[in-house]
Design a protein around this ligand. Structure first.
Ligand SMILES: Cc1cc2nc3c(=O)[nH]c(=O)nc-3n(C[C@H](O)[C@H](O)[C@H](O)COP(=O)(O)OP(=O)(O)OC[C@H]3O[C@@H](n4cnc5c(N)ncnc54)[C@H](O)[C@@H]3O)c2cc1C
Length: 465
């Protein structure tokens, strides 16, 4: 084993993976006084499961009562509401509705409401067909009934995770990108972790590798107690005017494996239908399939007939890090100062802050020399919500570069000059929404390639990402 590449420096905690869970973990442990290093194999953060989801802050009303997932969602949800203002993160209270379209689904509603109450989500309440149609008049008339979940929100899935890791960095943590963890050895008190960029010493390891959680366990412990079974979710995104069709998130009656096909607005002002739930072996294949997308669109139109008139802006797919188990797989090997945070399947955005709290509550605090940070530095977040003030509305923004998403030159430059600059076009998109609108970059690629010259790899305009 080679010597640590940062001689004399041994971190308290090494976090493997900078998805939303790793970012929240870095924030939690930094604020708790640990010297934290985050090791990410991709060129940018949020390049795994966290790059594509529905971006709903769930209450956990439908989680299995008493499960780890339900506890972490409840705590994560609460903490997001507590910190979003200080971090400048957007929050849009839309509420959700779980709707029944046939007799079987109708028969399940009472049980789901009882489950929500058992989970402490007490404002969940039954509504008659007429009440639902009065609230959401565009829904199809074959609707049979449903219930409301008033406290579900829309959030920005990227700005939230960026803020968590930026707060960790501003308060002393280190992030190493392009640093794939290849192996590791524990000598009884310290880990020597071998990465593609050199070795790192740390007293503890937290595996937050998402779709590679089992691979990291194998590499460092020689075994894993679960197998990742990637589950793809495809989405169809409609043009922004379609978002006027509904206010609430429209949920179907869930099954054992999926929350089902949802109709939801995004905080960026679109309306989307999805996701599917398709098991696959590839941990990287996020391709979409024309037939599946047509089916999704048809399902959306069946529930919301006026959707037929609206054009599709784009399509995308994400991969859930599912396992053979229903619940999260958070396991501690206390003898080796090692914690696995695996199988954070379909609720990790909502639960991330709660997962981080849960992991911090395991006996990992011993040995931290730093003090708990009570007044942490709060970094400037990306402000991209369509429902909140945007940079283009203020003077001196330096001109608009992306006219579909109204992204200013100042926003792009701030991202490129920021403490965690994007290394790829995908990373720049997540920080600014440039190229994510109707033209998908057709018009702004020219000026964008000038502004980002030498700072984005591959250069914009050379490879169409
Ligand atoms: C279709 C879909 C819809 C969803 N909708 C919602 C929703 O509305 N609300 C919600 O709360 N949740 C939702 N989720 C779930 C949420 O997106 C996931 O639970 C969450 O993103 C998982 O994050 P993670 O950090 O565990 O994993 P990841 O995001 O995969 O992060 C793991 C990181 O580890 C890195 N890594 C892997 N191997 C190595 C290595 N060897 N060395 C270094 N780094 C490594 C990866 O590059 C990656 O960046 C949805 C998910 C999907 C797919």
């Amino acid at each position: 084993m080679p010597k640590a590449s940062l001689p004399g420096k041994c971190f308290d905690v090494a976090i493997i993976g900078a998805g939303v869970v790793g970012c929240a973990m870095a924030r939690r442990f930094t604020l708790d006084g640990a010297r934290v290093v985050v090791l990410e194999k991709a060129a940018d953060v949020l390049d795994g499961a966290s790059k594509a989801n529905s971006a709903i802050l769930h209450t956990g009303f439908d989680a299995t009562p008493g499960s780890l997932e339900q506890t972490c969602i409840a705590h994560g949800y609460r903490e997001y509401l507590e910190i979003h203002e200080s971090l400048g993160l957007p929050l849009l209270k839309t509420g959700a509705m779980v709707l029944a379209w046939d007799d079987d689904q109708l028969a399940k509603l009472d049980g789901l409401v009882a489950k929500a109450h058992e989970n402490g989500v007490m404002d969940v309440a039954m509504r008659s067909r007429a009440e639902i149609l009065a609230q959401e008049p565009q829904l199809a008339s074959h609707l049979m009934g449903g219930f409301v979940v008033p406290s579900e929100y829309l959030i920005d899935p990227w700005a939230s995770a960026h803020s968590y890791i930026l707060q960790a960095l501003a308060n002393g943590a280190e992030l190493h990108r392009d640093s794939e963890v290849l192996a590791g050895q524990f000598d009884g008190s310290e880990w020597l972790i071998e990465t593609s960029k050199g070795t790192v010493c740390s007293k503890q390891v937290i595996n937050c590798a998402g779709l590679y959680g089992d691979v990291i366990d194998q590499r460092l412990l020689g075994k894993s107690s679960f197998i990742i079974k990637p589950r793809k979710g495809q989405f169809v995104v409609f043009d922004k005017p379609a978002s006027d069709l509904i206010k609430a998130v429209i949920l179907p009656v869930p099954t054992a494996t999926t929350k089902g096909v949802v109709i939801f607005r995004t905080i960026f002002g679109n309306l989307a239908v999805g996701p599917t739930a398709e098991e696959q072996t590839s941990r990287t294949d996020t391709s979409t399939e024309a037939g599946t997308l047509r089916e999704l669109r048809a399902k959306g139109i069946k529930m919301l007939p006026a959707l037929e008139k609206y054009e599709v802006t784009t399509v995308y797919a994400g991969l859930r890090p599912a396992t053979e188990f229903q619940d999260y797989q958070i396991n501690q090997d206390a003898t080796q100062n090692y914690i696995t945070v695996g199988g954070i399947r379909s609720t990790g955005l909502s639960a991330a802050l709660g997962i981080a709290r849960h992991v911090a509550s395991l006996n990992t605090r011993s040995g931290f020399n730093g003090k708990t940070i009570t007044a942490p530095i709060c970094p400037n977040p990306d402000r991209l919500s369509n429902y909140h003030p945007r940079d283009w509305q203020s003077p001196d923004h330096g001109g608009i570069i992306c006219h579909c998403e109204l992204v200013t030159r100042r926003e792009i430059e701030a991202a490129l000059d920021g403490p965690m600059p994007p290394a790829t076009l995908q990373g720049l998109k997540r920080r600014t929404r440039v190229c994510m609108g109707r033209c998908q970059g057709f018009y702004c690629t020219g000026p964008l390639s000038e502004i980002t010259k030498g700072r984005i790899n591959p250069p914009i305009g050379v490879t169409d990402e």
